[in-house]
Structures are given as C-alpha cells and as structure tokens.
Design a protein around this ligand. Structure first.
Ligand code: MG
Length: 163
C-alpha cells in the first residue's frame, strides 16, 4: 500500500465559475486559475502523484502550457488515474476536505462524490468529501480563497489473485 497527501488553494474572483470535484457550484465568485481551478481535484491529483512519488500536478501538467488553459480538471484527473493504473496500483480510498467560507456545500457533496466516483472508478463509499469554513480567519475565512486537502490510499494490484 502507498499513501499520498495533497493540498491546494485558489484565489476567489468575480466572473469565474466555482468548480469543485467537477461540479459547478452556483456562486458569485469562482477560482482564479490557468485551468478551471478545481481545488478539490487538484488536491486529489497531488495526493495520487504523491503516493506514487512521481512529483506533483505542476510536473505533469505545467500551468504555463497553453494545452491546459481553461481545461476541465476532470480531464487531468483522468490522466492521473490512468498513470496510477499503469504503475500497477488501484485506488483504495480517498478522504478530502474543502475549506470555503461561502456558499454552504453540504447539499452538493453527494453529487461531488458521484462525480469523483465515476472519474476514479472507485465506489462512492470509498470516497469521503467533507466541507468546513475558515471560521472567518485568514484569506479563506475572509471569502477570498478556497482550499482543499486530500489523502489517498493506493493498493498494489496483485495479478496472481486475478488469474
Ligand atoms: Mg490548483
């Protein structure tokens, strides 16, 4: 087994979509970014690459590369997952936390989990997405940023079991 952790933060700005786990959340602000700025997916991708000891999201998808301008982070996640499989692992479970002052995310969480489940090929019961606020403290608490953290467990494929 291998464990990986990921973290990301993006500034919130008007005129951008708020995208979390591939789902557009209705709000007046969204992530400022070269891609769609999906902090949750970026944290998950960093956790996957971390578990593989294969660098981070910027190593594989450089932010200056025009190919990734405004790209949906779900596409990047699909590529990261296929690298996990190529390296001989599958995803055991994921635990994550989104930290955002507004809006309240609770009612969107089931949709986010479903979306991640379909991209990752992992049962929804093995995907945890939690949400909390910054308690009014710092850039997140003041509503100027959104942050996400993720931990993943990878398990080595045991080909002999499948024969
Ligand atoms: Mg990011």
């Amino acid at each position: 087994m291998r464990i990986g952790s990921g973290w990301d933060i993006h500034r919130l700005t008007e005129g951008r979509k708020l995208v979390l786990g591939g789902i557009v959340i209705p709000f007046s602000k969204g992530e400022e970014a070269h891609s769609d700025g999906d902090v949750l997916i970026h944290a998950v991708i960093d956790a996957l690459f971390g578990a593989l000891s294969m660098g981070d999201i910027g190593t594989h998808f450089p932010p200056g590369d025009p190919a990734y301008k405004d790209i949906s982070s779900t596409v990047l996640l699909e590529k990261a997952v296929s690298m996990v499989h190529t390296e001989g692992f599958f995803i055991g479970n994921i635990d994550s936390t989104i930290i955002l002052e507004k809006p309240k995310l609770k009612r969107y969480i089931p949709e986010v989990v479903q979306k991640l489940s379909s991209i990752l090929g992992v049962d929804p019961e093995n995907i945890s997405v939690k949400a909390k606020t910054g308690e009014g403290l710092g850039p997140v608490g003041e509503g100027n940023a959104v942050e996400a953290r993720a931990v993943v467990l990878l398990e080595e494929k045991d080909e002999s079991v499948w024969v």
